[in-house]
Design a protein around this ligand. Sequence first.
Ligand SMILES: NC(=O)c1ccc[n+]([C@@H]2O[C@H](COP(=O)([O-])OP(=O)(O)OC[C@H]3O[C@@H](n4cnc5c(N)ncnc54)[C@H](OP(=O)(O)O)[C@@H]3O)[C@@H](O)[C@H]2O)c1
Length: 312
Amino acid sequence: MRYTTLGNSDTSISQIGLGTWQFGSKGWGFGTDFHKKDAIAIVNKALELGVNLIDTAEVYGSGESERIVGQALKEHKREDVVVVSKFLPTAIRPSAVNRALSRSLERLQTDYIDVYLIHWPNPLLPLGATLSHMERMVEEGLIRHIGISNFGLKRFQNAQSKMEKFRIDVDQLNYSMARPKVKEEFLPFAEKHEITVMAYSPLGQGFLTGKYSPNKTPSGTRRTNRLFRRKNLQRGTPLLNELGEIAHTHNTTMAQVALSWLIQNKQVVAIPGAKSIEQIETNVKATEINLTDLDIKRLNTQVKAFNPKLFL
Ligand SMILES: NC(=O)c1ccc[n+]([C@@H]2O[C@H](COP(=O)([O-])OP(=O)(O)OC[C@H]3O[C@@H](n4cnc5c(N)ncnc54)[C@H](OP(=O)(O)O)[C@@H]3O)[C@@H](O)[C@H]2O)c1
């Protein structure tokens, strides 16, 4: 495993983390394709392999993801794990953020969350008051770091300008070879200001694994992901072929190459979701691949050329 630091703090985090939206979520096949015991085994395997970063949210599986993570973590030393959770920005008042946090703490069976994120920007949210309140939560030891998610550069800078005592250490963003905009639009800023980019959907929800094709698309939650539209899968063929060839030369999988491409930059950590022990084992090995300059150049050419239609 390779580690980096969270923001400009001295908190060490693994460059491959574990995303847990899948846990408790029927739309991801929970309860049919895999079960609670699998989810707990996945967390245990991740930690055994050196992953110390686990991402969850109050909304995943309506709280079930946090409950499962909490149950799994009982078997481990709490201080060995960096737990990330998020609240939905429907909470207008600080008291509502308090309620969201105390429910998350209860489900996670812990008395602090390492990194607490505002899940999405909400123009109706009094951002300054919310962030000031989160700063108080840091002072009270209820959370250790403040982060946001789905905030583009301008929104991030606006949020940072409201901070009085602490920094925003993390922006969790949709970032992968299939959704690469973050690389140009946010990463240079993140590098300059030592902000961690936590790449979510780093496998494009499976798009980059080679498992899906115009004739085989995933069901459930991913039906709304336009990457899996037949035409976009067709448009992605050159990118997926290149990924496949490079994976072949390294004797590895497309998923590992896709993750390795992301974590070339030490400011980036990836939090792939996993539904089996095999998937977490594969994903962790992304830290062992040494992509050559030529590999990266070839991949970047295809990443740039891929132009999916993601909006109506
Ligand atoms: N902040 C936000 O707004 C936000 C939004 C989305 C996600 N997230 C977080 O980011 C995490 C990851 O994103 P994501 O789950 O959307 O997408 P992802 O990590 O790109 O894709 C996960 C899916 O890919 C497949 N997969 C994983 N590893 C694989 C492997 N080695 N080989 C083949 N297939 C593999 C699995 O599905 P199948 O086996 O069924 O194909 C898995 O459920 C989430 O769990 C969540 O914690 C945050």
